[in-house]
Ligand binder design. Sequence first.
Ligand SMILES: NC(=O)c1ccc[n+]([C@@H]2O[C@H](COP(=O)([O-])OP(=O)(O)OC[C@H]3O[C@@H](n4cnc5c(N)ncnc54)[C@H](O)[C@@H]3O)[C@@H](O)[C@H]2O)c1
Length: 368
Amino acid sequence: MRRLLVTGAAGFIGSNFVHYWLGRHPDDRLVALDALTYAGNRESFEAATLQRGFRFVHGDIRDLDLVISLLTEERLDTIVHFAAESHVDRSIARPDVFLDVNIVGTHRLLQAARTVWLDPKGSPAKHRFHHVSTDEVYGDLGPDDAPFSETTPFRPNSPYAASKAAADHLVRAYHRTYGLETAISNCSNNYGPYQYPEKLIPLCVVNLLQGKDIPVYGDGKNVRDWMYVEDHCAGIERTLERGQPGRTYNLGGNCERDNLTLIGTLCKTLDEVFAGDPDLAVRYPAALAAGGRPSAHAISFVSDRPGHDRRYAVDARRAAKELGYEPTTDLSAGLRKTVHWYLENEPWWRGVMGVSYDDWVREQYPDS
Ligand SMILES: NC(=O)c1ccc[n+]([C@@H]2O[C@H](COP(=O)([O-])OP(=O)(O)OC[C@H]3O[C@@H](n4cnc5c(N)ncnc54)[C@H](O)[C@@H]3O)[C@@H](O)[C@H]2O)c1
């Protein structure tokens, strides 16, 4: 039985992880810590609040005393660290917020873990610090380059990726220097339920439902590897169960697509779902699909993001060999589930979009 602290539990992957974990480990204790930024939402983990082992704490990972007291009072033995500023475009506009949360925040958690779990007066408690990271730390690839492996040198290109890379280095250093039992997973692009509609897939879905254009950066040929979020949760579970302390594991979806191809598949999925359910045209009358027109007509090319990485691809053979882990959801099934979720959860996405990022950041970081 584990006693976990899950940071960023009100965000996209964190909330999916809470549901995933409590569904499979109902006897575990799970303390969810989240600062409820614009990207965090209580509704995303609401169903979990009914479960006996669940507790939510509204707080900041940078609050060292709070984290130490939670680890101590709740006798927690595992940290799964999702909390971060996660949107590349926002990191380009305001890098300082990303450095503060992603680097200093991760360091505070490491300090707290070291203080509580490696108390020099006693023998070290059984523990695990799992840091959730991204394939973006490796930089980008040319069309014929081999995918990123765990030994690929870090060459981050955005402030977001640089802040995650710095956090990865700190986690590694805490293992080597202090013996903290850590693991890092570097995962490719996720999609699925509860993803804030600033990221590509949910942005496309909610724009299409509202009859708006879908913005595609540059020529739309940037390639990403896509993974359904539940598969990522399963990869983290496997890493917690079988991963070696101090080791890094790449997790990938075996699913490289350029943005235009991905969006084309998503549009077709939405069109098919509308064609199969006439009620949707009544509920979403502004959607092109409501009038039987192809959703792909909403594609609109916009100027490229500065420093936009061309291609990411992940070599996940270590996870397959050492953890016995493979993702199981193929893209068409995952997109269909995602489209259905956004269709059925309009109050959720309208609610989260009501929070202004600019107002939030002005309030939190008046000097940035
Ligand atoms: N989304 C992806 O495709 C992807 C892929 C690989 C790795 N990751 C990593 O997974 C993690 C989760 O990503 P996501 O997409 O769910 O992000 P998200 O933006 O949806 O969620 C982040 C959560 O962290 C919380 N948070 C932010 N600052 C905090 C602070 N100071 N203290 C406590 N909580 C705070 C937010 O309120 C939010 O609930 C991140 O570390 C990200 O780098 C994401």
